[in-house]
Design a protein around this ligand. Sequence first.
Ligand code: SF4
Ligand code: SF4
Length: 503
Amino acid sequence: MNPYPQAPQRPGGPAGDGPDPQAPGNLQAVDWRDFRDHIATADRDGRRRWLYPKAPSGPWHRRRAWFAGLLIVLMFAGPWIRIQGNPLLLLNVVERRFSILGQVFWPHDSAVFAVAMLVFLCGILVFTVAFGRLWCGWACPQTVMMEMVFRKVEFLIDGDPAAQRALAAAPWTAAKIGRRMLKHGVFFGLSLVVGNTLLAYLIGSEQLLAIQLDDPRRHWAGLAAMMLFSLLFYAIFARFREQACTFICPYGRFQSALLDTNSLLVSYDRRRGEGRAPWRRDQDHEARRASGLGDCIDCRQCVAVCPTGIDIRDGTQMECIHCTACIDACDAVMNKVGRPAGLVRFASQDHLERGEPQRFTRRMAMYSALLAALVGVFLWLVLSRSPVETTFLRVSGSLHQTLPDGRIRNLFSVKMINKSHRPLPVEVRLEHPPGSVRLLGATNPVVPVGQYLQASALVDLDPDRLTGSTTGLELGIYSGGRLLERVSTQFSGPRPRPATPSP
Ligand code: SF4
Ligand code: SF4
């Protein structure tokens, strides 16, 4: 029996690529309309089809609004929050200084970064396999700002979708110009705030304040970056909108490789919904079922609210950001016609086809184990990090020097980075072989938080401690008597004299 009796057929029958809509139980079967041949936001000639989505409302939207509110507060407060004096998040690529959750990282910590990146990628894998693109609709800053801030401003100034369409089609009167100027003025103001926030994440809040408050002539580059970011965000939120998710973001493109029939997705229950037909007040549910009709009343409310312009009834699509607006819209419709909610809901294909609950599959287990291992390595790298990182190298081109007392001296250059949250008084001791080490020009050296200490050092060794033209040295970096780090380097001495042959 055809489970989708109302599904229209592609002209000429089901020949061609794609699943057969006649296949029983095939929930991926589509109705062979041409929705996969072009994107929802362009017409056949490739011209942009501007979307006027309806304002979503309902329980899922309320949850999402609360969550978005929390994220927005975090996002804007992030650069100003300090943990033990360090920013919550700083990605200063110019000075190659990074702070994550108050932990300062330096370019030398590239292993930590590489593992952190792997943790991030693996986390995306696990999350997408289990929950599809929930990130996109709920946590991605682009969606959060677009749907929860800019779109709301648009509803406030331009009205509902019908009013927006009417305004777009209206001639350029003074009233329309005024409304457009107001909207785009607010959009640009918001983009300025977003652009400044991104800049604060890149250069730090102190630098941002300096750019904002100092003489502008001293901050041309900073001001240019600020304006560039603001214009970029204005272009994205005022014009580009959902196209950023469809064309630029790679995540939507590779999600199809990650999803399987066990992944939880925003899905239309085709078995229950087809065949779709308008609802008639005089028709009860049993009569409707008996005449081969399903619960979908083809009201298109799920399409009207979709911010990416797709029809969820066409199946899983790249454009779907899992914003759940269509779930709320359809539940409201089902409520009105006296049918249970959930015609569009979070469900896996296995659940829709066979009623199976989501399983913890072998694939999920493998990804989770990999993620756990990577998190373990990351934590080990972070927790075992020495609070100071030292390089101790012989000054290039310098020769050893023989002192009047016969000892051999080498000149070294020392660089120490303080990766901790407090100024570090440091002391360098020569651990092996016995000898002396002295930092020049710094009797009680202190390395400031998150900064370098650069100095020269003299190491003196007795000649009988030399093992050849180079001798390995082992030094200890101490703070308050506590060993922080051991460093090794090479000491240069005279070539050992060949043994004198006995007469
Ligand atoms: S199909 Fe539904 S969940 Fe997907 S983007 Fe559209 S409204 Fe959001
Ligand atoms: S909102 Fe529900 S009933 Fe209306 S068209 Fe969409 S799936 Fe069908």
